[in-house]
Design a protein around this ligand. Sequence first.
Ligand code: SF4
Ligand code: SF4
Length: 176
Amino acid sequence: MAMPARPVNLRTFRKKVADQKRRMRAFLTRTENKPPAGLDAMVRDIDREVWTAIDCLSCSNCCRKMTPTFTEADVRRIARHLKMSPQTFRERWLKLDRNGDWMNRSQPCQFLDTKTNMCGIYDVRPRDCAGFPHLTRRKMTDYMVWHRQNLEYCPATFRMVEKLMERTADLKRSSQ
Ligand code: SF4
Ligand code: SF4
């Protein structure tokens, strides 16, 4: 039975991350090197379960602690929405990282309302934000490097990895 979405408790989350991140990252590396049969279908299934139980509006940790990548199309769309030129938009809020990608200059994101956790440019937000945390965007093994990073910031990613660990342990037990 699906659980109702519960508010995210970031203090509890940070404690769980501190206790478990090394073990979870090691699990992801083993899974990347030797993926179980049906891994992507399993993750798609888990993805649905995760989002019935997690309420992003009670969290916004990604908007507070991380930065999206802004594509040229994102910059043009958001600048138009804000009635400014793409150049002014970049100068005001963005910086280039060492890979040549446009990122926010500071955290939390300038568009986050930190009282309500609402995004001030929700309808035109970067595609990276719209898809985050990309649990099923690609083959799991192609995105493992990002899941390893994101589990430290995103309760949904953390929960996905927890559930994957439970399921693969069940698979092992049933094949013994
Ligand atoms: S643009 Fe909106 S969704 Fe993206 S990081 Fe900023 S506040 Fe969050
Ligand atoms: S995507 Fe992850 S970090 Fe962002 S608000 Fe949702 S649960 Fe929190």
